[in-house]
Design a protein around this ligand. Structure first.
Ligand SMILES: Nc1ncnc2c1ncn2[C@@H]1O[C@H](COP(=O)(O)OP(=O)(O)OP(=O)(O)O)[C@@H](O)[C@H]1O
Ligand SMILES: [Mg+2]
Length: 336
């Protein structure tokens, strides 16, 4: 378990918002909309007969939509993987919905299909520290219409009827739908010159509103009004600005340092990452087009793997300092 857990500030009213903002950089509007619903649930005041919150997360790729749900899982349950994720890309055909709810008795395959969304599965997404299960429907625009119809019942009455006619109660869940509806138009709005992007400065004021409007328009084109009306908040994620990307780079370097300490124990060493190396990672791992999506891969390739081969060859001893600088196309590691 990550030592970051110790940093939780559960006791203060700003605790949850601050814990989330530490993990999802540069999207304060998203936190502002989600946190009140979590607090309402924690206070026992969430309305009866519906999920504790239903959110549609829109916006460009690599800006923190999925990360938000993982961050909430980490804050509520102690690990970012503690959530129920449904990849809607797997439910594009009408008949695939049986995987979700199980086939009715007597139908072919009835016994073999364990539904994905059972009460038990929801229960296993809760923890000792919170009874709120987080359910993520990724890429909702890919779901077959029959799945959208099922979801309608879940959003409206917090009930899902399974193939065997039992029902699942979703009152203790928070539902996140993510979609890249409107993403292409948003991208055109942000980078009119075919992606020869302005170093993505997050739009403020008017442009941010414009992205929201583009998102809402795409949502209304795709989903029926009764579906849209059952969503508590449609949240449009903004492209990450330079300062946010820098913070994310620093965080991921700090995560790697922590990982070295945790894994190597007494054999661990310190990293000293020069500004040039930070800039290198910023340049190779982030972009206006993909946000911070490629950063983990860039750190793995240019930092973690070269470090691992130094360790494997026994070229770095316990307590040493490893200095990281940048050359033109790679990082240069020097043991000090
Ligand atoms: N706002 C952010 N704060 C911190 N890290 C971020 C943020 N946005 C992206 N990242 C980093 O980039 C990775 C990808 O982000 P994420 O999965 O949230 O993208 P997404 O918005 O869901 O994109 P997609 O539309 O492609 O699913 C994260 O795992 C994280 O490492
Ligand atoms: Mg995502």
């Amino acid at each position: 378990m990550r030592p970051a857990l110790l940093r939780f500030r559960r006791s203060s009213p700003e605790g949850l918002a601050a814990d989330l903002a530490d993990r999802v950089i540069g999207q304060p509007q998203a936190m502002r909309q989600i946190v009140p619903y979590v607090e309402m649930y924690q206070a026992g005041l969430a309305p009866d007969g519906r999920p504790a919150g239903v959110f549609l997360l829109l916006g460009p790729t690599g800006t923190g939509k999925t990360r938000t749900v993982e961050a909430l899982a980490e804050v509520l349950h102690g690990t970012p993987r503690h959530l129920l994720r449904v990849d809607c890309g797997e439910f594009q055909m009408e008949h695939e919905v049986a995987k979700l709810i199980g086939a009715p008795p007597g139908y072919l395959g009835h016994r073999e299909t364990t539904p994905m969304l059972t009460q038990q599965k929801l229960a296993s997404a809760t923890s000792e520290s919170s009874s709120l299960a987080l359910v993520l429907f990724d890429e909702i625009e890919k779901a077959a219409p029959s799945m959208t119809r099922l979801l309608l019942g879940v959003l409206d009455k917090a009930t899902l009827r399974l193939g065997d006619n039992t029902s699942v109660n979703f009152e203790r869940t928070m539902i996140f739908l993510t979609s890249n509806l409107g993403a292409r138009e948003m991208h055109r709005e942000l980078c009119p010159d075919f992606g020869f992007a302005v170093a993505a400065g997050a739009p403020v004021g008017e442009p941010a509103k414009k992205l929201e409007a583009i998102g809402m328009q795409a949502v209304r084109r795709k989903f029926a009004p009764e579906f849209v009306n059952r969503i508590d908040a449609v949240i449009t994620y903004q492209p990450l600005n330079q300062a946010a990307l820098e913070t994310i780079v620093d965080q991921q370097i700090a995560d790697l340092e922590q990982h070295i300490q945790n894994r190597l124990g007494d054999d661990a060493f310190e990293l000293e990452v020069a500004d040039s190396a930070r800039e290198f990672l910023l340049r190779t791992g982030t972009s206006a087009e993909y946000g911070a999506r490629e950063l983990k891969r860039a750190i793995l390739k240019h930092l973690t793997q070269p470090i691992a081969s130094l360790v494997a060859r026994g070229e770095i001893g316990a307590g040493a300092t490893l200095r990281v600088d940048a050359a033109a196309l790679r990082l240069v590691l020097t043991v000090e």
